[in-house]
Design a protein. Structure first.
Length: 334
């Protein structure tokens, strides 16, 4: 079971709540789905839908024992892989479909073996998630997988890349256009937990800080006569093979908000916080574009990212793009 630390001062600790109980945010321990499947197959679709709804409400889904197989040989290889401790690449990353791994220290692993192992991990998580979160199956884009080999505590990174500051996720080079960022994490560390902080969900902070983070200024571009011209130019450039990022208004704000929250000392110091310790061998899932999160300590974590189509959402009213469009009064996705 996850360890939920007792609060001190401004630290507010969430309870471990059963599925279906409404709360601003909680951690839901999954006990009816394992590597062998659903405990009660006849309830599979109902339970799967409720877990999807739980994620969309801002909860974390937690498995005390990882519900998919990672071969022991692969775990041993990963625990011996080292990564250059530089700010250029935060993690060892794998790009599905390209069979390419980057940012590992040569001599600590064979590139081909590491690529094959990461491909196996990515494929395993995809196969597992299709059975667990059925409403999303086939309605996602499989994004990067990563391995976090460096100890997070005390890591020297620029503010915009620091993991120990509360933030929501947004990708500079891979706009989501309102599709949701779902991440699956597994703690491979054989002896130490991975320690997180989380805070209230996205809508709370978008309402409080959206204006000062530039929401209305960005939303004002929706009616600009230059925007259609710019979008067409970007598309033509991409067709021509020029690597230009076509960033919808939604992604422009989300990236700005990611930086804004990390640099906002009032938010970092005074916001309500929940502290979680994810023990060795555990796995957890969360929409990281909705739940502000920070990693205080831990190393040796595997992660797979999915972009869930906004058309597949069961609670689209809670999605960040809907929250922002209600606040701004204009469409922000393309």
């Amino acid at each position: 079971m996850v360890l939920c630390q007792r609060p001190s001062c401004a630290l507010i600790s969430s309870r471990l709540l059963p599925l279906g109980i409404e709360n601003n945010m909680s951690l839901i321990e999954v006990g009816d789905f394992s590597a062998s499947g659903w405990a009660v197959p006849s309830e599979a679709m109902e339970r799967s839908r409720r877990y999807c709804e739980g994620l969309e409400e801002g909860h974390i889904l937690f498995f005390s024992n990882t519900p998919f197989a990672i071969p022991v040989a692969h775990q041993s290889l990963l625990l011996n892989v080292r990564q250059p401790n530089t700010a250029r690449h935060k993690n060892i990353s794998y790009k599905p479909g390209r069979s390419r791994v980057q940012s590992f220290a040569r001599g600590t692993a064979d590139g081909k073996s590491l690529s094959e192992m990461m491909e196996s991990y990515s494929r395993t998580v995809v196969d597992w998630l299709q059975k667990f979160l059925v409403p999303y199956a086939g309605h996602w884009q499989v994004d990067f997988a990563s391995f976090r080999s460096i100890e997070e505590e005390g890591r020297d990174l620029p503010v915009s890349k620091r993991n120990d500051l509360l933030h929501i996720d947004a990708f500079p080079t891979r706009p989501s256009n309102g599709n949701r960022i779902l991440r699956v994490f597994t703690n491979l560390n054989p002896s130490q937990p991975r320690v997180w902080l989380t805070s209230d969900p996205f809508d709370v902070w978008a309402k409080q800080y959206g204006d000062s983070a530039g929401l209305l200024a960005i939303a004002g571009k929706a009616h600009s006569l230059l925007r259609p011209i710019r979008c067409r130019a970007v598309r033509l450039a991409r067709v021509a093979g020029i690597p230009v990022v076509d960033r919808p208004l939604y992604d422009q704000f989300m990236l700005a908000f990611h930086h804004y929250l990390k640099n906002n000392r009032e938010f970092q110091d005074r916001c309500p916080k929940s502290k979680w310790e994810f023990p060795p061998g555990s796995t957890w899932l969360v929409f990281t574009d909705m739940v502000p999160h920070a990693v205080l300590s831990g190393r040796f974590a595997l992660e797979q990212t999915f972009l869930i189509s906004r058309q597949a959402l069961l609670r689209p009213d809670l999605a960040p793009y809907r929250v922002l469009e209600r606040l701004a009064g204009v469409p922000l996705t393309d």
